[in-house]
Design a protein around this ligand. Structure first.
Ligand code: C2E
Ligand code: MG
Ligand code: MG
Length: 569
């Protein structure tokens, strides 16, 4: 092969692209080192061997056929993609350009020259792009595009019996808390695990998709009506709710689920939206539950949207008002504080209570301007009553703490009104306190440094250990109304009330019992050792203008032996 010492020979040897010369039977006559490297072998290990030994079985028949076409002169060259076998067992994707060489004077006679380029990386990148377009990169589940594709197909296939297709919309309760308190890596780990559990909880033909964030959708086919689909949903939820340890912290995910059954002519979009609405209803209903879609939900969703936009202007136009409910010393019935409770003076619907718009304001990120307005009002209430030495308690939503820089808002309200910080108490729910992230804790600490007090609201509803809640600088605690309703049951209700009243005192905090409506409850609360109380028995929440402070001022009662007077001074 003298020809190979020529320019061609040098090019062949040093080419960065793999090259091989094959005889008419398909055996390697000569290979360059680039080609040998591609398949992970020495050139000497290839020479004399048939190319079929190094070709993926599935590609071999086609490659033989293409070579025959080149060999017969039907075409002069061919370019194709094929898989080769690397010595280490991997499959390599290559692009082969093979041409036939008529060389009557060459001892080799008719032969082939092949150029072989490794395109594994390019193929991998392309596959990845394809996957990215259809699959969620974190969990590997289907993404929205693939979900909608599959759902459309399922709806088409089952058209005559549409009610055999169901969509289940799942949302993890308080997922943001995991992210905020344990970090994004922990959040990701949880999502991956939830994806696995979901996949394992359904049949392999069912589609499981992640829509982003903590939202998942499952499409179930061939299910016999709503009852059966509901059973499937409960099974899925049970699988997700198993405790899970991430970074040494045990988490039991709460799951809100919405179920919607397909009906004749429904689109994929509409079915998923119905399931989403049902999920929202589950959240509204207290989370961690399953709801089935019904027509009324659409109406409610519309109402919610209109409330949301109305609320935006209501805050701006000052339609929100603050009413004040007295908190009294249970011994003397003197007013020690007022709780500021927001109301919405709606031009058409009348006076709306917070339950009707606070949750919506939280979802729509309106609770921050709303909270700022209430704080401002409450401080103005204090500033306008210099003779009043008691406190005003203001409810604060978890979403106002940390990210929204509550300290800044409070400072602003105090300075513009001139109110005394020590008369301002901020009520934070037990769950809110528990969820406090590092940023939120700093916010809470800064607030106490301003001179404000923190009060734990609705205590007993969050099932938390008091110790974890008390990592924050808390001055007072309010027992949730649920327990007041159970006062006098001579059982758990009474035991919890007594225990918490005692605990509060021994921790040097003040305790407020909420929702006292009857003299009987009042008497029991006193017997249990509560110092302060709030409820319709002592007074409803009233507009500031209706409040007269004709009662003896706490400063007049300095010699008063009442422990509550001492606590709230
Ligand atoms: P909360 O902080 O537990 O407030 C006490 C609620 O119990 C008030 O309801 C009050 O009117 C009611 N209540 C007081 N005494 C009695 C009683 O004897 N019997 C009964 N059945 N109820 C009584 P309201 O004003 O409807 O407020 C509901 C919740 O809305 C509040 O619960 C609080 O969590 C939230 N909220 C109120 N104002 C604000 C605010 O300005 N910002 C935020 N973020 N939340 C607020
Ligand atoms: Mg409160
Ligand atoms: Mg409360």
């Amino acid at each position: 092969m003298g020809a190979h010492d020529t320019l061609f020979g040098l090019t062949f040897r040093d080419s960065p692209i793999g090259m091989a010369i094959l005889d008419s039977g398909g055996h390697y006559v000569e290979v360059n080192s680039a080609f040998a490297r591609t398949v992970g072998r020495e050139p000497s290990a290839l020479v004399g061997r048939h190319f079929g030994e190094f070709t993926h079985q599935d590609d071999l028949p086609r490659n033989v056929e293409l070579m025959a076409k080149v060999g017969s002169g039907e075409v002069s060259y061919f370019q194709f993609h094929s898989r080769l076998l690397h010595r280490q067992g991997d499959t390599i994707w290559v692009r082969i350009t093979i041409s036939g060489v008529e060389a009557p004077e060459d001892p080799l006679g008719h032969h082939y020259v092949a150029q072989v380029e490794d395109v594994t990386e390019i193929r991998r990148a392309r596959d990845l792009l394809e996957r990215r377009a259809l699959y969620d990169h974190l969990t590997g589940l289907a993404n929205r595009t693939l979900l909608m594709d599959r759902l459309e197909l399922a709806l088409e296939t089952h058209e005559p019996r549409a009610a055999t297709v169901a969509a289940i919309f799942l949302d993890i309760d308080h997922f943001k808390t995991v992210n905020d308190s344990l970090g994004h890596d922990a959040g990701d780990t949880l999502l991956i695990e939830l994806g696995r559990r979901l996949q394992a909880a359904v049949r392999s033909a069912d589609t499981v998709a992640r829509l982003g964030g903590d939202e998942f959708v499952v499409i179930v086919e061939d299910v016999m009506g709503e009852e059966a689909a509901l059973a499937v949903t409960h099974g899925i939820v049970a699988a997700l709710r198993r405790p899970f340890v991430v970074d040494g912290t045990e988490i039991t995910p709460g799951v809100s689920a919405g179920l919607a059954m397909a009906e004749q002519g429904i689109t994929a979009e509409a079915l998923v939206r119905n399931a989403d609405m049902a999920m929202y209803a589950a959240k509204q209903g207290g989370r961690d539950r399953v709801e089935c879609y019904d027509e009324s939900m659409r109406e409610r969703a519309r109402t919610k949207l209109s409330i949301e936009s109305e609320l935006r202007t209501a805050i701006r136009d000052g339609e929100l008002v603050v009413h004040y409910q007295p908190v009294v010393d249970l011994e003397t019935r003197e007013i020690r504080a007022f709780e500021a409770l927001v109301r919405w003076q709606h031009p058409q619907r009348g006076l709306l209570l917070p339950d009707e718009f606070i949750p919506i304001s939280e979802d729509a990120n309106l609770v921050i301007p709303l909270g700022a307005a209430v704080l401002h009002e409450a401080c103005a209430f204090l500033a306008a009553r210099p003779e009043y030495k008691g406190r005003v308690f203001v409810n604060v939503s978890t979403r106002q703490i940390g990210s929204a820089d509550l300290t800044h808002v409070v400072k602003d309200a105090l300075t513009t009104t001139g109110a005394n910080p020590s008369q301002l108490g901020l009520e934070i729910t037990e769950s809110g306190m528990l969820m406090a992230t590092a940023a939120a804790r700093a916010d809470l600490k800064a607030l106490t440094e301003l001179g404000c007090e923190l009060i734990l609201d609705d205590f007993g509803t969050g099932y938390s250990a008091l110790s974890s809640v008390l990592q924050n600088p808390v001055s007072g605690l309010k027992l949730a109304r649920d327990f007041t309703l159970r006062l006098g049951d001579r059982g758990t209700g009474d035991r919890i009330s007594t225990a918490i009243a005692t605990l509060t005192r021994s921790l040097d905090m003040y305790g407020v019992i909420e929702g006292i409506e009857t003299e009987a409850q009042y008497a029991i609360a006193r017997r249990h050792g509560w110092q302060l109380g709030q409820g319709f028995l002592f007074g409803h929440a009233q507009p500031a203008s209706d409040i007269t402070l004709g009662l003896p001022r706490p400063s007049d009662a300095d010699d008063d032996a009442s422990p509550a007077a001492a606590a709230l001074r």
